[in-house]
Design a protein around this ligand. Structure first.
Ligand code: EPZ
Length: 431
C-alpha cells in the first residue's frame, strides 16, 4: 500500500496553482447529462472522485472524452440506463446528483445511496423532500434511491436544514420542471452559484443562487455549452493553512479571494499576514499561530471542511483554543492521530475540541480517517520534528490533485513510498 513518507521541519515557500473545485465539478458533470447536446467543461480537477463519476457515466452510455487533462467533452444523447448501482458510486457523495439530473430530464432515476467520508450520519431527507415537492414518488429499496414522476411541477420548498447537496440537487431537477420552483433556506456556497451559472449557460432560468432564496423557472430543454469550473476554495484554504502551520510563505494562485474571506479572517486572527491580489492570495507566517475560537457554519461562515486544518494550526498556538463543529457530528475522528504527534486536545460532547497548544509536533505513524483530515494530518507532519508516515492516502487523492507534488514544489520533504525499503531510502536521502 502506498504511503506518504515525510520529514518535517521545512517552512513551505512558493507559489501553488489551485485546481477546479471538486464539489462544483461533481454536480456540474451530473447536470451535463440533462442535455443531449455536447458540453465542454474546463478546470475539471484530476482527482479520484471525479474519475469515478466519469467512469460511471461512461458505463451508462454517456460519451466522455478528456480533450486535455482538465477539460472534458461530454455527450449524454445516448444514455441507456437510468439505474446507477455500481460499487464506485456507493463510495462517493456526489453520485446523488445523478438523481436530480435524471429525475429532471427523464422523470425517472435509481441511484445507490451515496457514501462519502465518514464524518456523520449525512442524511438525505431534504433531497427527497424536495423531489417529492416537485411531484415525484421517491422511496428507498434494496439500497437504491428510486424517484419517478409523470411530470415535475414547480413548487415552494423550505429546506429544514441548510444543505449544499439538497439545494443543488433540487435546483438541478427543478430546472426542467413545469412552472416555478422557489427554494428557501438554500445553501449559499460558491459551488451552488457555480452549478446555477452552469445550468443557466445551458439555457436554464435560475435566479438568486448565492442568496438563501433561489427561484427556478422551469424550461423545456437544455442545450450544449462551454463552461469553466470555479477554483477549489478548500484546496486553496488547505495551502493557506499549510503556510500558517509550517511558518512559511505561500501564494495560492487561480483563486477567487471573495470565496476565501472567512478563511483569510481566521488566518489574520491567528497572526498571519495575508496579501490579496486579483486572483491570488499570499500568506506569510513569521511566528507561531495565536490562540482563537472558531465555529464551523454554512457559507459565508468558516467551512466545516477547513475545521481539521485550523485545529492543526491551533494545536501549536500558545494558550487554549476552542473549535466547535456545527455541521457534522463525527468530524473529530482525526484527533487521536494528531495526539500521536503530541497534540493536547480534548473533544467534548462530540462537537467541541478544547485545544491546549503544544508549540511543536513530533513525527509519528499516522492513519488518515477522511479526506480533509488527511490533508490536515499531512500538514501537521510537515511541521513536525522528525519523520512521519501517513497511510490511507487514497482518501486524500479523492479530493486533492497532485497533493504531495504540489507540497514538494513548496519545499516539503514528502515522498510516495510503497515498501519499508523505499521508506528507509527516503530516510537516508533526507536524513
Ligand atoms: C457537501 O456535502 C460536501 N460534499 C462536503 O465536502 C462538505 O463538507 C459539505 O457539503 C458542507 O459544506 C460534496 O459536495 C460532495 P450538506 P453535503 O448537505 O452536500 C445535514 C469534502 O471533503 N443534512 O451541506 O453532503 C447533513 O447531515 C466533503 O469534500 C440533512 O440533515 O453536505 C449535515 O449535517 C466532506 N439532510 C448538514 O446537513 C439532508 O438531506 C450539511 O450537509 C442533507 C444534509
Amino acid at each position: 500500500m502506498e504511503q506518504y513518507a515525510i520529514k518535517g521541519g521545512n517552512p513551505l515557500v512558493g507559489d501553488v496553482e489551485i485546481a477546479g473545485a471538486k464539489n462544483a465539478a461533481l454536480p456540474i458533470l451530473a447536470a451535463a447529462t440533462m442535455t443531449d447536446e455536447t458540453v465542454y467543461i474546463e478546470n475539471i480537477p484530476d482527482v479520484s472522485d471525479i474519475k469515478m463519476i466519469l467512469d460511471t457515466m461512461r458505463g451508462i452510455g454517456v460519451a466522455v472524452r478528456h480533450t486535455e487533462r482538465h477539460r472534458v467533452m461530454l455527450n449524454a444523447g445516448n444514455i441507456n440506463n437510468l439505474v446507477v448501482e455500481d460499487e464506485a458510486m456507493k463510495k462517493i457523495r456526489g453520485s446523488y446528483y445523478l438523481l436530480g439530473a435524471f429525475l429532471g430530464k427523464y422523470k425517472h432515476a435509481e441511484v445507490v445511496l451515496p457514501g462519502g467520508c465518514d464524518i456523520g450520519c449525512r442524511a438525505i431527507d431534504q433531497h427527497l423532500k424536495g423531489f417529492r415537492a416537485l411531484g415525484a414518488e421517491v422511496y428507498i429499496e434494496h439500497g437504491l434511491v428510486k424517484a419517478r414522476a409523470e411530470r415535475l411541477q414547480g413548487s415552494h420548498i423550505y429546506m429544514d436544514k441548510v444543505s449544499v447537496g439538497a439545494t443543488i440537487n433540487v435546483m438541478i431537477a427543478a430546472t426542467l420542471a413545469e412552472g416555478t420552483t422557489i427554494i428557501e433556506n438554500s445553501a449559499k456556497e460558491p459551488h451552488v452559484v457555480d452549478v446555477a451559472n452552469f445550468l443557466n449557460s445551458c439555457g436554464a432560468n435560475i435566479k438568486g443562487a448565492g442568496t438563501d432564496v433561489i427561484r427556478i423557472k422551469g424550461v423545456q430543454k437544455l442545450h450544449g455549452t462551454e463552461y469553466a469550473i470555479i477554483p477549489d476554495q478548500i484546496e486553496a484554504g488547505t495551502f493557506m493553512f499549510a503556510a500558517a502551520v509550517t511558518k512559511g510563505d505561500v501564494t495560492v494562485k487561480n483563486v477567487i479571494p471573495k470565496h476565501m474571506e472567512s478563511i483569510t479572517a481566521k488566518l489574520l486572527e491567528i497572526g498571519c499576514e495575508v496579501e490579496e491580489a486579483d486572483d491570488c492570495l499570499r500568506v506569510v507566517a513569521s511566528k507561531p499561530p495565536m490562540r482563537t475560537q472558531v465555529k464551523t457554519l454554512p457559507y459565508p461562515g468558516f467551512p466545516t471542511d477547513m475545521q481539521p486544518l485550523i485545529t492543526v494550526a491551533l494545536a501549536l498556538a500558545k494558550g487554549t483554543s476552542i473549535v466547535t463543529e456545527s455541521i457534522y457530528e463525527n468530524r473529530f475522528r482525526y484527533v487521536d492521530q494528531l495526539t500521536r504527534m503530541g497534540a493536547d486536545i480534548k473533544v467534548e460532547g462530540g462537537d467541541t475540541a478544547i485545544i491546549d497548544g503544544v508549540g511543536q509536533y513530533t513525527g509519528a505513524s499516522i492513519s488518515v480517517p477522511d479526506l480533509r483530515a488527511g490533508a490536515a494530518l499531512v500538514i501537521a507532519a510537515l511541521s513536525a520534528e522528525g519523520f512521519s508516515t501517513i497511510e490511507n492516502i487514497n482518501y486524500i487523492e479523492r479530493g486533492y490533485e497532485d497533493f504531495h507534488l504540489k507540497l514538494r514544489n513548496l519545499g516539503a520533504q514528502i515522498e510516495l513510498v510503497e515498501t519499508e525499503k523505499d521508506y528507509q531510502k527516503f530516510r537516508l536521502k533526507t536524513g
